[in-house]
Write a protein that binds this ligand. Structure first.
Ligand code: SF4
Length: 71
């Protein structure tokens, strides 16, 4: 499955990094970065995972709902 983050729409609240520090870190630009993901030309980030893990919590807490899990 894939984790998808519409990074350009991130408002930098830090919630994803708080509930899922293994999956997200706050970048120098103030936006969250999906760790280990591939960034496309639009700035969106995709990460292939075997287990959803705490990405589920991150997707739930994101106030602008830009983290999604694609089965
Ligand atoms: S929870 Fe959403 S808006 Fe907040 S830092 Fe993470 S990706 Fe950005």
């Amino acid at each position: 499955m894939k984790i998808f983050q519409e990074r350009p729409k991130c408002i930098g609240c830090g919630s994803c990094a708080a509930v899922c520090p293994d999956g997200y870190e706050m970048g120098e630009d103030g936006l969250a970065t999906l760790k280990g993901g591939e960034v496309d030309e639009t700035g969106n980030v995709t990460l292939e995972v075997n287990e959803v893990g705490c990405h589920h919590e991150a997707a739930e807490v994101c106030p602008v709902q830009i983290i999604s899990i694609q089965e």
